[in-house]
Design a binder for this molecule. Sequence first.
Ligand code: BES
Ligand code: MN
Ligand code: ZN
Length: 498
Amino acid sequence: MEFTIKSGSPEKQRSACVVVGVFDNRKLSLSAELIDRASNGYISEIIRRGDMEGKLGATLLLHNVRGTLADRVLLVGLGKERDFRDKEFRQGIRNAVKLLNETGSYEAVIYLTEEKVKRREVAWRVEHAVVVAMDAVYRFEQMKSEPAEVRRPLRKLTLSVPQRSDLTAGEAAAARGLAIANGMDFAKDLGNLPGNVCTPRYLAERAQELARQFPDVKVTVLERPQIEALGMGSFLSVTNGSDEPPRFIVLEYEQSQRKQKPLVLVGKGITFDTGGISIKPAADMDQMKFDMCGAASVLGTFRTIAELKPKLNLIGLIPACENMPSGRATKPGDIVKTMSGQTVEVLNTDAEGRLILADALTYAERYEPEAVVDIATLTGAMVVALGHVASGLFSNSDTLARALLAAGDDAYDRGWQPPLWEDYQEGLASNFADFANIAGRAGGSITAACFLSRFAKKYDWAHLDIAGTAWKEGKEKGATGRPVPLLATWILAHESAA
Ligand code: BES
Ligand code: MN
Ligand code: ZN
């Protein structure tokens, strides 16, 4: 979809559709008011008849409204004006775009971006309008023999800003929103692809394709012999049972003129998680194709950054493999040696994410990073704790945690921080190795983070457990593209002057 920014009166737009808001209860927004005046009170007449109360989620499409130059006027309910915040703004945009995409308009001018949202500037409204619009029209059809075609898809959206002086900021915000949305789409596609297509080799190929498309991104793919030479015994123990070869993908974006320490992203790339010998129950196991969504978010974020070209240094690390049972698979009780030298007793082969991340976190040391953030669909317990709203955010640095929480709040891709106190470390004790890969059931997401923390001692580190946020279940089953918005927002705040 194409986006442009404009400033001007709604009644004067020559467009397939002009979109204006109505607040609950029957209160016209300023732009709806202008259309009402131009049409001699046609809008207020409709509202008086009770066809649009302004409830959030309501839409009403009008044709040939006199006094206006557009073919259609779409009224969008925005809820109570004093409750109009991030969520309501985004919902209003989503409802409008869904309706436009499913009806005849191939282009439209949206005035909802002129409405005041508490604590947010015009740039925020534009950026989020673009991200939400792209999300609303996203479809994953590449595996269908006959993709369901949208008859007249929405191709072009013009976002209105209150003043001409807002145009420059609006355009920059739209570009930012589009780059974030493109990164999310990339992450969604990778997540939605089945395990028989999206293998470790496939992930590596897509990374290399990204590097061809964006020459600022350099990609190196390590194969088994190189992974062995590095001593990544923990990573390799997970891939033992699989016939698909593992890959360790390294992405580098180095655009800061100054010698700035890089930010490092580490993404869990389990392209299918059966649990291994500690095999998972059959119900819903298909969802374990999403177990590479951490990796997908790293690739998606790289796409966003490559498109926006900020001056900063960014590294991406992706250990990618399958977790399968077989005669060669790692068994409960097996002891593996990590790249850090620490030994781990694998008490449950289904706690595999932390085993592959451990070696990637050690590999990250060579970059002397400013900060390392790993992203992983790590624990079912995280879904129990936070549901599908917030990602778990754990850190050994309060400063880093605060920055990531703030970025998540800005991006409407929020994290929430449970404690990572020493007291939780005790559960990982082992009688046979340095420590085990699981503790008891209680506090499972925290003890998983505790395990990772033992490999992240040399730098500021944070861990995002996205088990509940990376994909949706049920009728809308599919990858969400999260936490690309959080990561991109956090990274873009690091742009240096040179
Ligand atoms: N990939 C799963 C975590 C997961 C499960 C994410 C369900 C989303 C939905 C991870 O590898 C795993 O299996 N974790 C185990 C850890 C346990 C064995 C300590 C879990 O959460 O059950
Ligand atoms: Mn598992
Ligand atoms: Zn897993």
